[in-house]
Write a protein that binds this ligand. Structure first.
Ligand code: DSN
Length: 438
């Protein structure tokens, strides 16, 4: 038997089942309207790096200090990623190895906290994130969690209440940011609360990070002690995580390493909590792709893109409100719109299903004070990053709102679904995606 060299056959020829699944996803992305606020379409260059041969390389450790030989080129890729991330976010320290935003958050918690310490984060049902203290997540299992909420009438955080809660709970860490908060994160107000109770302040900017990088969303500096993010939402990179710090990396607080009791820079503590603390070998192909995405985000065009994301979201928000949709917080400052469908008499789950049948992808989402369960929900979340990448502008956003409304008004009418699906296909044909993938 002759063993073929691995490079001799491509996916199409050697594995028709997986090829067919990927081909199906290419068609799905092409032929539907992608409105999930946390998704985006990466460039061909990012795709190439993410699917590249650095997936072969083990590189536990950090550039110049690895546990494996042969790291010359992956060191170069990781150094480029670090330099570009620091420039992009005006940061003094970064770690680009977290496989996801959850791992970035976990590394921060393990650096700044001991199990059992108290943390304060935005309630998941009010726009927070699983890792900000949900009882089903490590954050809720390992730490004592006090959640803050948004106000029923404004959909916004009430800082008089947050400070009152913080005075009572005395959290060691306060987390700001979330996954369904349509407004700017109020970094300065959170810092005032953190200072009052002597807490560390962490911002999770996973959602707006592309907007933060381009100045379209306010900066977490100088207010936040540590910042985490994902790289694949508004930042339009490969799926992954990121940690950032400003000058506090020098450890003005004298935090000590738990085992040795030695005081180190926070940067060293964070690095060792990422690897070997919670991860092994870094995904070097993804780190190379992060470097490419950071390079793209440093280009002036990326600021135009970020502004267009927000202009599109604001246009959609206005169009929905004209049609009597109830938007949490009455609009948006970002790429996210959160709609409470209670006055439309269908659940978030049904809306998600019926819109999907019509070629429009959104996700069901809890709304503040939701009476339904997380698997049913009363709301949907909509975001504009992916459609903006595709080149769609405000006219298309108004058209999309009309299409969504047609489905929501007649969710069980198959003729309406079919007609919307045809219009979606026509729109998508005008804005081709990944045509180079055939
Ligand atoms: N699942 C992500 C989102 O959709 O916002 C957050 O992790």
């Amino acid at each position: 038997m002759t063993i073929k060299p691995v490079a001799s056959t491509g996916l199409r020829d050697c594995d028709s089942e997986v090829f067919s699944a990927i081909r199906g996803e290419v068609l799905r992305e092409n032929e539907t309207l992608e409105l999930i606020a946390s998704e985006n379409f990466v460039s061909q260059a990012v795709l190439e790096a993410a699917g590249g041969i650095m997936t072969n390389k083990y590189a536990e450790g950090y550039p110049g200090k690895r546990y494996y030989g042969g790291c010359e080129w992956v060191d170069e890729a990781e150094n480029i990623a670090r330099d570009r991330a620091k420039k992009l976010f005006n940061a003094d320290y970064t770690n680009v190895q977290p496989h996801s935003g959850s791992q970035a958050n976990m590394a921060v918690f393990f650096t700044f906290l001991q199990p059992g310490d108290t943390i304060m984060g935005l309630d998941l049902a009010h726009g927070g994130h699983l890792t900000h203290g949900s009882p089903v997540n490590f954050s809720g299992k390992l730490f004592n969690v006090i959640s803050y909420q948004v106000e029923k009438d404004t959909g916004r955080v009430n800082f008089d209440k947050v400070v009152e809660q913080a005075r009572q709970a005395k959290p060691k860490l306060i987390i700001c940011g979330g996954s369904a908060y349509p407004r700017f994160i109020e970094f300065e107000s959170f810092r005032t609360v953190a200072d009052e109770v002597g807490a560390f302040l962490m911002a999770d900017i996973a959602h707006p990070s592309g907007l933060v990088a381009t100045g379209v969303h306010p900066s977490p500096w100088p207010y936040c002690h540590v910042v985490t993010s994902t790289t694949h939402k508004t930042l339009r990179g490969p799926r992954g995580g990121l940690i950032l710090m400003g000058s506090d990396w020098e450890n003005p607080w004298g935090i000590v390493a738990p085992k040795s009791g030695r005081t180190k820079n926070v940067s060293e503590l964070l690095d060792s909590n990422v690897m070997p603390g919670i991860q092994g070998g870094p995904l070097m192909h993804i780190i190379a792709a992060k470097a490419v995405a950071f390079g793209e985000a440093l280009m002036p065009e990326f600021q135009d893109y970020s502004k267009a994301i927000v202009a599109n979201a604001k246009t959609m928000a206005e169009a929905f409100m004209k049609k009597d949709y109830y938007l949490i917080s009455g609009g948006t400052d970002t790429h996210v719109i959160l709609i409470d469908l209670t006055n439309k008499e269908l659940s978030g789950k049904k809306a998600e299903n019926r819109l999907e049948a019509a070629g429009i992808t959104v996700n069901k989402n809890m709304v503040p004070y939701d009476k339904r369960s997380p698997m049913i929900t009363s709301g949907i979340r909509i975001g504009t990053p992916a459609m903006t990448t595709r080149g769609m502008g405000v006219d298309e956003m108004v058209q999309i709102v009309d299409l969504i409304d047609s489905v929501i008004q007649a969710p069980d009418d198959e003729l309406v679904t079919e007609s919307v699906r045809n219009e979606v296909k026509e729109m998508c044909d005008q804005f081709p995606l990944y045509s180079e993938l055939g």
